[in-house]
Design a protein around this ligand. Sequence first.
Ligand code: PMP
Ligand code: GLU
Length: 431
Amino acid sequence: MIMNDVNPFQHEINLNLNIRSLKPSATLLINERSNALVQQGSKVYKLGLGQSPFPVPDPVVRALQENAFQKDYLPVKGLPALRDAICGFYERHSGVRHDPEYTIIGPGSKELLFLLQLVYYGELVIPTPSWVSYAPQAKIIGRNIHWVPTQKENKWLLMPEELEKLCAEDPTCPRLLILNYPNNPTGYTYSRNELMEIAKVARKYKVIVVADEIYGLLHHHQEHHSIAPFYPEGTILSGGLSKWCGAGGWRLGTFSFPRALDWLANSIAVAASETFTSTSAPIQYAAVSAFLPNPEIDDYLQRASSILRELGAFCNAILNSTGIDNPAPEGGFYLFPDFSMFIPGLSAKGIYSSRQLAEALLEEKAIALLPGSEFGRSEKEMTLRLSYVNFDGKTAMEAAKTETVNRLFIEKYCSDTIESMWELKEWFLKL
Ligand code: PMP
Ligand code: GLU
């Protein structure tokens, strides 16, 4: 109990300097903020948090029910049967054969990404924009961060020339490149050729690549390609259940290493053994069924990706009708429109940054979304990240078993999401 309002702990000055200036992750903060508004009775269009709207596939739920009794600690690297299943999964989907000995299961890939940055003494290289948590993790650990510029005209993709330019400045510096595709926040992905060119540069400078393919199975045309076959010796494959399997809250992520990086896998296992010990046993047993070949899951993924494809294209078309020019997304469930053409109108309203823009949209239109500055873009650029999954995914997935997924389907089952796009359009056109 604190007597007379005097706190005996000088908390601020005893905080690690690396974390003192950080606030909770933007994705989680906007979720809690919009949930609080909903609880107070307000209608909110929740385009903030990126969470799959679809239920966990039935065979995976059944496997969890059957394994609820599993209670023992599992090996630090993970359940052997699951690590085998993951290696089989990557052989089928990415065309690389990894050794289960160098595959690690963690409580979310986010935790594994953190441990990797902790154990590898290298500079973090990430394109701007990139997912909100890579850079704060590096900051907490005290690693240097190098943001590589990208161009909207190139769909915000990392160009091999930019990587070459950075590496040539200091060719022997150890580097960790996190390449995420299909991408959060942009929704775009790389072609095989583009991946091949990036792989050439990475090999030349011995850059370790983390291929964050957590949205790989949500490629809108089910045509995901991996960088791993082009740079097998230097690529760590990062994935998990959170996105394609709709199980973010189950907290299961995976890292799969090539043999040349066995030392890194083993060091992560040391750090894991001293921190989280092992990932939840029932969840690991259930996850085996998610990674083994299963026509029921293939069918689920077909339906999920066609809903996201039609919805993403429609939302994008509505936003483009304001006059901006965004190519349709290719995978996952995000849009990253740039409203900088509205800067004169926004300035007249006293809005000078994407953060202020996001605030105004929440206050005036009850639309919760994230500013581009959270993803490493400049404050002044009017980019926003929209997560277009605020619809009832269970009903939509059920309906997609018998109905064709087209514009009419989207208008029927994702009406709230579509409505929020019209609301956004109206707001910008009134500026
Ligand atoms: N990478 C990307 C690009 C993400 O969007 C997320 C979001 N959850 C993660 C990694 C981490 O996912 P998880 O920890 O749930 O595996
Ligand atoms: N990855 C999700 C997002 O970008 C949310 C979960 C998280 O950030 O950990 O919105």
